[in-house]
Each structure stands twice: as C-alpha cells, then as structure tokens.
Design a protein around this ligand. Structure first.
Ligand SMILES: N[C@@H](CCC(=O)N[C@@H](CS)C(=O)NCC(=O)O)C(=O)O
Length: 200
C-alpha cells in the first residue's frame, strides 16, 4: 500500500500511528505529498487535494483519515481501534470527530499565516478558529478519554495535542493539566505515538 502524506501532517500522523500500532506499517510505503503543487499526485488521488490518501494493493484510493483508520481496523481483523460494540464505537467515533475538529481549527490558524499576506490576516477569523480549538480542548480536559483501549478517538486526540505542541496555537499544557497527564499515560501505553513524532 502507498500512504501519501507529508511527515508533519497531523492527519497523516493518525494513519501512521494507527498503522504502527496495528502492525501494518511495514505494508505501507510512505510517499511525500505537497497540497499546493498542482502537479502533485495528491490531486489525482484525491480531487480535494488533501492528505492523507491510502492506495490499497488493488489500486483503490482511500481518504480521508477517518476512512483510512476504518480500513486499517478491517485489515487488522476488526474490532481493534474501531470497537464493534455499538456504544463504544459511537463514543470512539465522536471523540475522533472532536479531536479532528480541534486539528481542523488549528490547521486553519496556521494556513491563515501561510497562505494569506500579513496585511490580510483577519483577527476575528483567527479568534473564531481558536475558540473552536480551545472549546474542544476544554471538553477533552473535562472528560479525558479512557487510556485503557487505543481507539480512533484516542489516536486522534493524541495527534491533535502533538500538533498543537508543535505549532503552539494555544498553550494547552498550561491550561489543561488533566490533558498533560492523559497524554503522558497514552504515550506510555502506546509506543506508536513516540515512534511517529514528526522530525523537529
Ligand atoms: N478531514 C481530513 C483532513 C485532512 C487535511 O486537512 N489535511 C491537510 C494536511 S494536515 C491538507 O491536506 N491540507 C491541504 C488543503 O486543505 O488543501 C482527514 O481527516 O484526512
């Protein structure tokens, strides 16, 4: 299989972390992707031009990260990171949606700086996105996920925290000690987290 993603993409990290955790990473070749390059394969694989995209052995293109994680769970035998039990599945998927939403908002803050000239930066828009990220983090901190089982939800949560650690959109470590404790416990229980840290 081919995983097309930049090594710094937090959504790509979800996939690398899940694949490492499930013992599937050796079946994947990781190829870099450049979203802003119109000639990059990424736009051929995914018309939306977003990474990650996984090309299966039979040539099917799978995106986005949520669908890829579902696919990896299936390839690993099922009921691994995506619980079969309905209540646990709903909780894991909702947690994933929350953490992905925090990442989306955090990424849009970075994109404002990257893609728009400084004189056009719009503070109310940045604050609007920051509000989403901060409310999401507060919700996670108020009810930290169970670290007893690695799921699509805990994988996404760890990747969101790792991404904000790197880009520093907000100081979640100072604001949410319960999340610091949570991430420490997740890292200790899940070596795939440190194994997928993007290079500094
Ligand atoms: N919902 C998507 C989000 C993917 C996403 O936003 N990826 C970013 C990189 S981390 C991207 O490709 N950005 C380029 C763009 O939005 O054009 C997923 O879960 O895969």
């Amino acid at each position: 299989m081919i995983l097309r993603t930049s090594i710094t993409s937090p959504f790509g990290r979800k996939v690398r972390l899940a694949a490492t955790h499930l013992g599937l990473i050796d079946r994947m070749r990781i190829e870099p992707a450049e979203a802003t390059n119109p000639d990059d394969m990424l736009r051929k694989d995914n018309p939306l031009g977003k990474m990650p995209v996984l090309t299966l052995d039979d040539g099917r293109k799978v995106y986005d990260s949520r669908v890829i994680l579902d696919c990896l769970d299936h390839l690993a035998g099922g009921d691994k990171i995506l619980p079969a039990d309905w209540d646990a599945r709903l909780a894991a998927l909702t947690l994933q949606a929350l953490a992905d939403g925090v990442m989306d908002a955090a990424i849009l803050i970075v994109y404002e700086g990257r893609h728009r000239p400084k004189e056009l930066h719009h503070k109310p828009w940045l604050d609007y996105q920051l509000g989403k990220a901060e409310r999401g983090l507060a919700a996670l901190a108020a009810n930290p996920p169970d670290t007893g089982r690695v799921t699509v939800g805990t994988i996404a949560t760890a990747c969101a925290l790792g991404y904000i650690d790197w880009r520093k959109q907000t100081d979640w470590r100072r604001n949410h000690p319960s999340l610091v404790k949570w991430l420490d416990a997740f890292r200790a229980a899940t070596p795939a987290f440190d194994a997928t840290t993007p290079p500094a």
